[in-house]
Design a protein around this ligand. Sequence first.
Ligand code: SAH
Length: 345
Amino acid sequence: MIDIKSMTLEEITEALREMGEPAFRGKQVFTWLHRGAASFDEMTNLSKALREKLAEAFFITCPQVACKQVSRLDGTVKYLWKLGDGNCIETVLMHYHHGNTVCISSQVGCRMGCAFCASTIGGKVRNLTASEMLDQVMFTQLDSGEAVSNIVLMGIGEPLDNLDTVLRFLELVNHPEGLNIGMRHISLSTCGLIPGIRRLGELGLQLTLSVSLHAPDSETRSKIMPVNRAYDVEELFGACRWYFQKTGRRISFEYAMIDGVNDHDWQADLIAKNVRGMPAHVNLIPLNDVRESPWKPSRRLSAFQERLESHGLTATVRRSLGGDIDAACGQLRKRAAEAKEGRHL
Ligand code: SAH
């Protein structure tokens, strides 16, 4: 059986042509899929015979809501979806003045091993398919009744560790006959897999690249992000500079502020030194306290922000949304797994 929602319009049209169908059928099926049809039976402008033939060759993914939390503070919605094989992933819907943003996952779990991150605790289970990424956007819209204008690939997983599929997802979600979400409304966040950054740069996509920096010096970064031992931060800054020259797009650096670890003034100075000559935006994130982790949130957010600004850098402090729900990366999935094992929530 083939996952039809992961197929492009051209691929669906070709598959239908091989079944002896005219070209316009491809577009009909594609449109149904991207409106959230859960079965071929819903595709009422196709003959019953064709619907049956399609159901024999293809399947349509359709995640179930395993858990849904709505923040009473700001209306942030967090979904825990149960996928076809029983695995669970998270999606968050956030309301910003510039529109509704969904934060989607790209893998079940993650193998990057960042010390402060809840998504990485059980390792990587598998990559998500393009359809499963698309479903997170589509079914969040359908369930909430709210239109989504922006997507951030900042949920569970490392998107550049599943890049072929992420590129397919981007093509699908960007398609005029599909959800038609523009590249400039999409952000992709990476822990710093340089080959992936180079591939993205070569493609020249107009999406926003976010790089999870978290420390500008190798010693600290290797301590909290094992990926730094493979792709050192010096080299990473070089790749970012190259990416900017190639695409003309400003890079956003994510920086989770950890008490006594990465919140020293000299580290702000080092960031400034390394991003000199390229427009950069540093997004300071109040560390989400993950119970298992020894790291604590920094109390120097404003001081660090001012230090960066004193060097002429743009630095913002990310507003925390969904403080009363498990909205931070990987927390809901982890709690659900714990509950299943009989540990208390
Ligand atoms: N793998 C990608 C995308 C997922 S993580 C990446 O590393 O960028 C999305 C962002 O949340 C990353 O910047 C990540 O470092 C950050 N993050 C993870 N755990 C966090 C925590 N406990 N507190 C604050 N930010 C965290």
